[in-house]
Design a protein around this ligand. Structure first.
Ligand SMILES: [Zn+2]
Length: 258
């Protein structure tokens, strides 16, 4: 399988072989640079695409399910304007979802956070600051971020977190080590909606619904009006397709809380 460890071993052995050939047969060093560039490209893509499971194993989809279930996930809340609208829609369509919340947003809007739990949805950790530099944080800094949000949530509702959604979907060796220390399970997705881009509602809905099947995990953000409008269309589509929106722990038959 293509992962960080196997790519490092293959790249390392190839470099050693090429180095020997360069020494004994006067081979150009350019081949070494090509291997290095390939390593950088594969590792960059592996860090950016959570579905590759390149640095660590994430729960991206459960196609083994024999139930007509999918999971809708919302990142970056709680949001005072849009989370209540999302909750209202979910209630109308009798759908359950998973909310990966940012620690500082929970502190800012504790009542909105509590309303997610009161509606029997599931919550998970989505870092404390959601810093743009999160992918460059050292292991200690990542651990601090995750533990801080775990503490904020435990203070609010007494729940101990099991689930983590990587900020921006970025993974790397520091995040892998931090998850090992904190015991959190990474949750990815199989359907990226691109709802935070400039794409229109129709295009976003198409991104989600094209080839959508039981076991898929959908990524949305409860942070814009556009997502709320797409959500209503999505819930109608799921109803027509007889696909039931459930929480992540239900879809994977795991425990959301320790
Ligand atoms: Zn996020």
């Amino acid at each position: 399988m293509l992962n960080f460890k196997s790519v490092n071993i293959i790249a390392g052995l190839t470099c050693l072989g090429l180095l020997a050939l360069c020494l004994f047969y006067d081979l150009s060093l350019i081949y070494l640079f090509i291997i290095l560039l390939l390593w950088l490209l594969i590792t960059g893509l592996g860090s950016a695409f959570i579905g590759w499971n390149y640095h660590l194993s994430s729960l991206n989809a459960n196609y083994k399910t024999n139930k007509n279930q999918i999971a809708i996930t919302f990142d970056d809340g709680p949001n005072p304007e849009f989370t209540p609208k999302v909750l209202k829609l979910l209630k109308t369509y009798n759908a359950k979802a998973t909310f990966f919340c940012i620690g500082k947003h929970i502190e800012a809007y504790p009542e909105i956070f509590k309303s997610i739990l009161e509606a029997q949805h599931v919550v998970g950790n989505h870092t404390y600051s959601h810093s743009n530099r999160f992918g460059f944080f050292g292991t200690e800094e990542v651990v601090k971020e995750l533990q801080r949000t775990n503490t904020v949530i435990e203070k609010q509702c007494g729940l101990k977190m099991n689930l983590y959604r990587p900020a921006f979907g970025v993974t790397n060796p520091n995040i892998r080590r931090a998850l090992g220390i904190t015991g959190l399970q990474s949750v990815g997705w199989s359907k990226r909606s691109l709802d935070t881009t400039k794409l229109g509602k129709k295009a976003i809905l198409k991104c989600i619904t094209t080839n959508l099947k039981a076991g898929d995990v959908i990524l949305l953000h409860d942070s814009s009006e556009k997502t709320v409008l797409v959500l209503e269309q999505l819930l109608l589509f799921l109803q027509e397709q007889n696909l039931k929106p459930v929480t992540i722990d239900t879809l994977f038959d795991i425990k959301a809380y320790a």
